[in-house]
Design a protein around this ligand. Structure first.
Ligand code: SF4
Ligand code: SF4
Length: 394
């Protein structure tokens, strides 16, 4: 059965226009009433990564959160808004991102994810600890922001569900996955399969390119996307962003697991054609390594040459946020100096993602710089020669 994904044009966060665009977007899926019944407790799960203002494009825009909350309430549902931010604490992120105000305006309840419940996994990960507020609601509506991501290349619907894992547990999961993006992708997909969101609505009115998810550049794309299946939604989002599948660990793992929506041919796209956005490929994170596609023995042998490493810049104020977030604990601050044990670093980039001063940089060796340049050339050749994909219906 085809996986339906809807895409619509919206160039603004002005309330009435965005509301109208979201209502039109959901129409082919049956409207919000197809997903929410009277009395349902519905959790909205926006991206609340860090305490940044809406214009930084780090968090899901508060007007989109408000619009969806009001639609759910109009359908008779009770709305909770929750997440587990990587940095800054839930209340602070809610305040700075404008989501607290949006919740107040529409009468939704904010729920920090701090209580944990251990859940029996169905795949490789046998026990997964997720937030009780996530697990115990009747329905989840996932509200991701489309952004580039230094570890996983792109964050959208599937990656946004990592927020179900309570902040204090996140480093342990990064450690379990180690340097393997495939293993981390598997974890993300298994979190999705634990408790599937009933609906995913993507904020790509302004997306983020470059050094996302915390320190990239806002990019006006003018798109909103919706679908029941987050894997399918991500497949379309990646096309919109011009990111090839071989750079996307989640997409590749979803194909390996045989999950519906991981192949373009399985998707039924409705709404605005992708080509009408005229979107150039997103700039990818500068230090994205180029190990993808290499045989395992070569990856191991060339790891230090083909992987960037973290290095602190003069912007560092020694606040210790990165040290406290580093899953293997390889960052130390001693005698007013910060150092990283790059030999034990697992390249998860939590330090860069969470640094409030954008002070953790990536260093790249000569071989990596050459390989990255070749990769960019190959991608731009692919993008200019790719025609309208097959299997599309509008
Ligand atoms: S690199 Fe950033 S997070 Fe780490 S100590 Fe320096 S300023 Fe703080
Ligand atoms: S130093 Fe940074 S990239 Fe390396 S393991 Fe620690 S948080 Fe991850």
């Amino acid at each position: 059965m085809a996986e339906k994904v809807c895409i619509g044009r919206c160039d603004t966060y002005e309330y009435p226009l965005l509301r109208e665009a979201v209502v039109s977007l959901l129409r082919p899926l049956g409207g919000i009433e197809a997903f929410v019944g009277r009395g349902d407790r519905v959790l909205l799960k926006p991206n609340m990564l860090a305490p940044k203002p809406p214009e930084a494009a780090v968090t899901t825009h508060p007007v989109l959160v408000r619009v969806v909350a009001e639609l759910v309430m109009a359908a008779g549902g009770e709305v909770l808004i929750g997440d587990s931010p990587g940095l800054g604490g839930f209340r602070r992120v809610a305040e700075r991102s404008g989501i607290r105000r949006a919740a107040e305006e529409c009468g939704a309840r904010l729920v920090p994810f701090d209580d944990i419940v251990e859940v029996q996994g169905t795949g490789v990960f046998r026990r997964i600890a997720v937030a009780r507020a996530y697990w115990e609601v009747d329905k989840i509506i996932n509200l991701p922001k489309l952004k580039t991501h230094e570890m996983m290349t792109m964050t959208c619907a599937v990656k946004n569900l990592f927020g179900a894992v309570v902040g204090s547990e996140k480093p342990a999961w990064h450690l379990k996955a180690g340097t393997s993006r495939e293993q981390f992708a598997r974890l993300l997909l298994e979190i999705y399969l634990l408790k599937k969101p009933v609906l995913n609505i993507v904020d790509a009115v302004w997306a983020m390119e470059g050094n996302g998810p915390g320190n990239g550049d806002p990019l006006p794309v003018g798109a909103i996307l919706a679908g029941v299946n987050p894997v399918a939604v991500d497949t379309v989002a990646a096309r919109l962003a011009g990111i090839p599948g071989d750079l996307l660990p989640v997409e590749r793992e979803a194909v390996r697991m045989g999950l519906p929506g991981s192949r373009w041919e399985e998707i039924e796209l409705t709404g605005t054609g992708l080509e009408t956005f005229g979107q150039r490929p997103f700039k990818l994170p500068a230090g994205l390594d180029v190990q993808f596609g290499l045989p395992r023995f070569l990856k191991k042998a060339l790891r230090n040459h083909l992987t960037p490493w973290p290095a602190v810049s003069e912007r560092c104020v020694l606040c210790g946020v990165c040290r406290d977030a580093c899953p293997p604990g390889v960052i130390t601050i001693k005698n007013s100096a910060l150092s990283v044990d790059t030999g034990r670093c697992i390249r998860c980039w939590c330090c860069r993602e969470l640094c409030p001063h954008d002070a953790m940089e990536q260093r790249r060796g000569l071989l990596l710089r050459v390989a990255s340049a070749l990769g960019r050339r190959r991608r731009s050749r692919q993008a200019s020669s790719s025609s309208e994909p097959r299997g599309i219906s509008r």
